[in-house]
Design a protein around this ligand. Sequence first.
Ligand SMILES: C=C(O[C@@H]1C=C(C(=O)O)C=C[C@H]1O)C(=O)O
Length: 250
Amino acid sequence: MERKVKVAAVSYLNTKPLLYGFRNHPVMERMELSMDYPAKIAQQLIDGEVDVALVPVAIIPKLKEYHIIADYCIGAEAPVASVCLYSEVPLHDIKRIYLDYQSRTSVALLKVLVREYWKLDVEFVATTGDYESNIKGTDAGLVIGDRALKQRKISPFIYDLAEHWMRFTSLPFVFAAWIANKELPADFVAEFNNATGIGLQNIPAVVAENPYDVYDLTTYYVQNISYPLTPAKRQGMQKFLGYLMAAQQS
Ligand SMILES: C=C(O[C@@H]1C=C(C(=O)O)C=C[C@H]1O)C(=O)O
């Protein structure tokens, strides 16, 4: 490929460790990097506006061709802290759930848990802009990313979707992975994989350059998010995609 590889990444704090190593890395000469919220970059990868993106895994079935190109992901094998159902009332009293327009995977995961695990009878409400102030009474809301870390201080009832997925399936979960919509040169993929792994060896430096007083980022990067794309995470991902496929057919 002569032209630069177009890469899109999630603009949340959880992605900082995966981007830290790109600065001054030789692979930057071969790529250009843009950032946006997950649902946006998902559409860019589907439309072919970018070649690689840290996309929500829930959109894999929408890609004509997909290649997971790195050994790291946005995953969890413990409560993830930033993908939660927030409510003023307990789970079984919730009547409506506002869905986060920035998300694809977590919206799909919420629907799997509501139907298959919690077995709730609720109405889902799509959103297009700020909606967190609608989380009141029996109206709950799914919130992801940095806004979800803020919402932890507001809502009395917090249901962590990674934690409940693990209770349900005994498997870890993958929210997003580095996925290409075409085959890329093997030497580019190797360099890219190297760059995205560097920050994980340098978490104290990543935390130091991202001052944040809403939530402890060391805890977030070390205990909540789990970055290595392990065989168990791939198994969790396949199980999740199986639920999405089954839902499409019913
Ligand atoms: C853990 C998170 O994972 C995110 C959740 C995504 C989704 O729901 O589609 C996509 C990308 C990830 O950044 C988070 O952002 O809080």
